[in-house]
Design a protein around this ligand. Structure first.
Ligand SMILES: [Zn+2]
Length: 348
């Protein structure tokens, strides 16, 4: 069956909404709600939230003897307030695996416990070249040397507390989205790009009046960046699980911003060979631009489900994302390739 047309405008619009909805792990409910709102437009999908806060959409297929899962995550890297300093500035603790230099100078929002949203930016504690000279270059970017400068009149811990800010408040870094010549440059393309691909796949099938060949479980997880996102939330009768997450680019990698990648091994070891072979064949049969790759420092929600005891075949595909867990970038070509691959899998 030919793959129906992808509505790229919808894909980009949906991705833009998701990227502009802050959702650090542990505080991802806004993005989960945005996905729920988007999926509600497609009758026939049954929507549920897990107790942990993930979104699970069940889409009846023409058959139901081997249900298929697909998962992508709506949570992102971020931080929490670790300490309020005597200067009124904030010391943070990171959520997820990244280096402080990747967000140095970035705008951020603190979600205060009283409901206020306080803007600020993440800076080196000794940020001014005119005051600290060579230390601006030399200071190690660690938890002690980075701080949030709040865009609010405070010069003491007391004044910061009066803004409503407390230890444990979530902090989200600005996505800084820009789209040029098909390139999508933004933080948090990991993994909102793939959530948008899943939604575009649902829309393409829906618009073409098609349904999955097997009942599909779309699982939008909210704790992936800390390793246990999709550990739960699937029915026991599910036969296989396709994790849809960004591909890692760089020296020695086959992945790029114009292809979708089949990852056959990452830090968690090899993925399921049989399911990986099926996906390879689907890409070949449908002319989907793809490469096969191995990611040296990477774990996925598919493995989270395996580690939790999930007895299913697991494979991983996704669009190439440059500078992952940094200021990321991909191209529409990779997003369309990933979406088409998801559709081919759903129809197979
Ligand atoms: Zn990811």
């Amino acid at each position: 069956m030919p793959i129906p047309e992808i509505d790229t405008k919808y894909l980009i619009t949906t991705l833009t909404i998701l990227l502009n909805t802050p959702s650090p792990t542990g505080y991802a409910q806004g993005a989960i709600a945005a996905v729920e709102e988007a999926l509600r437009q497609f009758p026939g999908l049954e929507l549920n939230r897990t107790r942990k806060g993930a979104l699970v959409a069940t889409w009846p297929g023409t058959r139901n003897d081997a249900p298929r899962g697909l998962t992508a995550h709506a949570d992102t890297l971020g931080a929490m307030v670790k300490e309020i300093k005597s200067s009124g500035r904030l010391k943070l603790t990171k959520i997820g695996g990244y280096a402080w230099n990747t967000v140095e100078g970035e705008g951020c929002t603190v979600f205060a416990s009283n409901g206020a949203k306080v803007r600020g930016s993440l800076l080196l504690a000794k940020a001014s070249s005119h005051v600290h000279g060579s230390q601006v270059n030399e200071l190690k970017r660690d938890d002690d040397n980075m701080e949030v400068r709040l865009d609010a009149p405070t010069t003491s811990a007391e004044e910061t507390r009066l803004l409503g800010i407390q230890v444990g408040d979530f902090v989200a870094f600005d996505p800084r989205l820009e789209i040029t010549n098909g390139f999508v440059r933004s933080r948090h393309l990991d993994d909102k790009a793939c959530v948008a691909c899943l939604l575009a796949a649902v829309k393409a099938l829906h618009d073409a009046g098609l349904q999955p060949s097997q009942t599909a479980i779309l699982h939008i997880s909210n704790y992936e960046e800390v390793g246990h996102g999709a550990a739960s939330g699937f029915p026991a009768e599910m036969a296989d699980l396709l994790a849809v997450d960004m591909a890692a680019l760089g020296e020695g990698q086959t992945s790029d911003e114009f292809h979708a990648t089949l990852c056959v091994k990452d830090s968690g070891g090899p993925y399921h060979h049989g399911l990986s072979q099926r996906l390879r064949q689907l890409a070949e049969d449908n002319g989907i631009p793809y490469v096969v790759d191995i990611y040296p420092y990477y774990g996925s929600d598919g493995e989270a489900y395996w580690r939790a005891g999930g007895d299913v075949a697991v494979a991983l595909i996704g669009p190439g994302v440059d500078a992952s867990h940094n200021y990321e970038r991909t191209h529409l070509d990779a997003l369309v390739a990933t979406t088409r691959w998801v559709i081919a899998y759903l129809l197979s």
